[in-house]
Write a protein that binds this ligand. Structure first.
Ligand code: GLY
Length: 365
């Protein structure tokens, strides 16, 4: 197994950290954590879920113990339903009962739900303790584990309670992706294709190739390039106040509306993003001069990963538009829509009307 480690820096001044990408690097966690410039405390909580715990928690616990740490395993039930204040509070209580204090730290071992929940726990426990992200899904390795967005859902919507809390280290082992069901593996390519569309066209062509085989080295290359794209955007606009980080919402305005209107759980996040990308790419042809054949290249890449590209009739445009208007991005009543004038570039536009968005949703049928 090639256990070469690629280190992608996330340059955020005093909150700077590295994302380490490689194949078979999980057993090195303890040593890598112990080599951090600012030392971590002896005790840590390994927060994971009921799907991931049987697969990787033993490796993580052994590696941490061998490096002199004292880990406490805290599994939560797998699934989006665990991403709420109640579970966050339960995890905090378990950490208190286990004797973890302000010198302790958290390991988030799992996909986006675990990363967001465990990161949020780390952000609030004793007013904030360090955490290390170990994303085990494609979507969390290329997106949610990088950039410090943590949080939980409420009955009113997703991610409405949260904090920016940057990890100290992210360790992305592509071998963990081999255990993913095909649907969850493919889901991640919704975000990868989005990154390619807004920042690196050269990523797209190989993705649209039929019969592409994902050897660990190929996968490590794709993940690393995506982490570089995400890291550069986060470094330029950590708190999403400058209009740069908002470009990561390409395909997400409509994607979030679809997730909400369909009922959470029907589409995986990356699948809803795929539908949003189809609509946003077509709007980019109409409004930003994206060449139709370039739009087709993006659609071919989505098709290659069996991602949904047509909206079923039972998800009405009215319901979707109502959901979309409740979105955080529309808070001031101003539509700010990400368009892509050329593959590899994107900008925020105020020129897209609600009527045009609604028509682009209808065109998905
Ligand atoms: N997933 C979008 C962001 O991190 O800003």
């Amino acid at each position: 197994m090639n256990s070469q480690i690629h280190s992608v820096p996330v340059p955020l001044g005093s909150r700077a950290y590295s994302v380490l990408v490689g194949a078979g690097i999980l057993p090195q966690l303890g040593r890598l954590a112990s080599e951090l410039e600012t030392p971590l405390g002896k005790r840590c909580a390994v927060i994971t879920d009921s799907n991931v715990a049987p697969l990787y928690s033993e490796t993580v616990l052994v590696s941490l113990s061998a490096a002199g740490y004292t880990p406490t395993l805290i599994p939560v039930p797998a699934g989006e339903a665990s991403k709420n204040m109640k579970v966050a509070e339960q995890v905090c209580e378990e950490m208190i009962a286990a004797g973890l204090d302000r010198s302790s730290w958290v390991v988030a071992l799992g996909g986006g739900v675990v990363g967001d929940l465990a990161g949020f726990v780390a952000a609030i426990y004793y007013r904030g303790i360090p955490f290390v992200q170990i994303p085990t899904t494609v979507i969390s390795q290329v997106d949610s584990a990088v950039g410090g967005k943590t949080g939980v859902n409420t009955a009113h919507g997703k991610n409405l309670i949260g904090a920016f809390h940057q990890p100290r280290l992210v360790l992305a082992d592509v071998v963990t992706l081999q255990s993913l069901p095909p649907r969850e593996f493919n889901e991640g390519f919704g975000e990868i294709i989005k990154h390619a569309a807004i920042r690196d066209r050269s990523l797209l062509e190989p993705l649209a190739t039929p019969n592409l085989q994902f050897e660990p080295a190929t996968l490590a290359h794709v993940i690393r390039r995506n982490v570089e794209i995400k890291a550069a955007i986060v470094a330029g606009d950590e708190h999403e106040t400058l209009g740069l980080r908002a470009l990561l919402n390409f395909g997400h305005t409509i994607g979030h509306g679809i997730e909400n209107a369909a009922g959470y759980g029907r589409y995986l996040h990356g699948e809803a993003v795929s539908l949003g990308l189809v609509a946003a790419a077509r709007l980019s042809v109409a409004k930003a001069g994206l060449a139709p054949e370039e739009c087709q290249l993006l659609l071919d890449a989505l098709a290659r990963f069996d991602l949904p590209m047509r909206l079923p009739d039972d998800i009405s445009t009215e319901r979707l538009m109502a959901a979309l208007l409740k979105d955080k991005k529309f808070a001031q009543g101003q539509v700010r829509f990400v368009l892509c004038p050329r593959l590899g570039e994107a900008y925020l536009s105020k020129e897209v009307t609600l009527e045009e968005i609604s028509q682009s949703v209808e065109a998905l049928r």
